[in-house]
Design a protein around this ligand. Sequence first.
Ligand code: SF4
Length: 343
Amino acid sequence: MTALRASLLAWYDANARDLPWRARPGGGAHPDPYRVWLSEVMLQQTTVPHATPYFLKFLSLWPTVSDLAGAADGEVMAAWAGLGYYARARNLMACARAVASGHGGVFPDTEDALRALPGLGPYTAAAVAAIAFDRPANVVDGNVERVMSRLFAVDAPLPDAKPELKRRAAGLVGDHRPGDWAQALMDLGATVCRPKAPLCDRCPVSAHCAAFAQGLPETYPRRTPKALRPHRFGVAYVLTRGEQVALVRRPPKGLLGGMLALPTSAWRAARWSEAEALSAAPAQAPWRPAGEVEHGFTHFTLTLQLLRAEGEAHDVIWSPRRDLDALPSVFLKAAKAGLNSLI
Ligand code: SF4
């Protein structure tokens, strides 16, 4: 495995992606743990191009973890809007506050101590330990799982294969440049060993790859068929008062907890009739149907049936239309569709 490691590190030295949270490879410099942690949290379930502007915005608003720890929940949630998975933003705040209050604003430098921070899971602890502190931690994300499944032609399907893929990755971790190793594997998965059409002819480790030798790289990782996600229906109410739109704050726990939202009915398996939709409305108003929008969450898909009206309501937060961009994407989509509909 020494030859495989040497080939991949040499490739990384020449081909590392230039990312704002990184240090250049091979120079012995390590990036700020705050940047590494923030980027890793943002990059879970989203792409580098999508996460990068959010990362830069967070850094300009809160240049250190102590600055982030001192921010109001609402401000952080608003800056996070559009990244999805809002539980992650709440975990981010919990972790920042623990680092600020319990560690003097300095991230601990071992995987175990990082793992003990609230809201910081095993993957992120390993990533920060390796990348920011050059610890030989086993950093396994979806990209690395794919690379392992191909290098070793692992026949067990995901998700059952995860422990084996993690074990295979652990066997490649070494004491020499562990931070660069973790990032090299991530980069290989993201740019060469891609899910579809891997670029095996440009791959620095093709000589060691069992799936390449078989001529079947794309058939790995094996997968069990996905269960269908359930579908739900809800009604979203787009109520305007001149240039203002009625919003509510969602309860702190649960999906999109604590976020600003359009008022909605409950979400259920059956479509809402017009009479049902009217009876669940947040105010008496001349409601009119305004189309519908679809949205996919991790565990279900949603149709929001839209009703639109101009009128008054109590117990709502009136927000200028220009501020709607801070809404979670499902409600931004619904608000735009409702506002564009003819009343
Ligand atoms: Fe992935 Fe192809 Fe490289 Fe194997 S040879 S690791 S399948 S890119």
